[in-house]
Design a protein around this ligand. Sequence first.
Ligand SMILES: [Zn+2]
Length: 275
Amino acid sequence: MEPFQMQKKSRVPYFVLALWQEEYPHLTVGFSAREEDSSSMCHNYALHVEDQPSRVVENRESLMRDLSFSLGSFTCGEQVHGVDIAYVTRVDRGKGNRDRESAFSNTDGLFSSEEDILLASFYADCVPLFFYAPDIDVIGVAHAGWKGTVQKIGPNMIAEMVAKGADRSKIRVAIGPSIGACCYEVDEHVLRPMKDALECHELPSSIALPTTNYKAMLDLKEANAQLCKQVGLRDDQIVKSNYCTSCSNEHFHSHRRDKGDTGRMVAFIGKRVRS
Ligand SMILES: [Zn+2]
């Protein structure tokens, strides 16, 4: 079953990770969508693309209203296809919400124990990784393109959570909608570091299906799942979306499909204030 479910009654289109929200009712977890036949910047949430900043902030405000959070709680990193992860405290609340300058610089992963902070990151094919450590009630999100994947941002986040006291055997990981193996052909430039990261001479067919000229169709979601298992997570701690952002034109922006002229979806995770 698809773990990401389209929210039906919202004014702004987005998916929720229903599985986690049912199990942990104080969590808000999901991934935004766009509308079919819309402009390339429809429901764009990122400031680093060709869009009017004021419109991006308005889009963020609308989504926050639907999620019962405020723009003041929207907190994000700069995203540079790196592996740096920041721990978000109360004083960091709202960093990057209205301008890129105040976002966590050089940061692709965020985690926090604070309530009323919505951790956000932006996507148009890369893999959104969501984390939750229920025993210490810590949330996280990480941006994993192929570079972040081979540099192991997923395992890095798990290590950060364990360092904060999380029991590794309880950590949950959700791998969100991203480009699928159906649409993601890559060459040795990507395959070689992927083999190094996964510590294998040949990538298994579940991760890469060879095509021609030393190229292969790569499953970045599965690669991230395998990397999490490499650091001790079990299958039942990981859920994975089946959505391909390139195939599902009606829901998602896709950098590859739209040749770069595209907005960004936002992945979000937050803890609502418990009364
Ligand atoms: Zn596809």
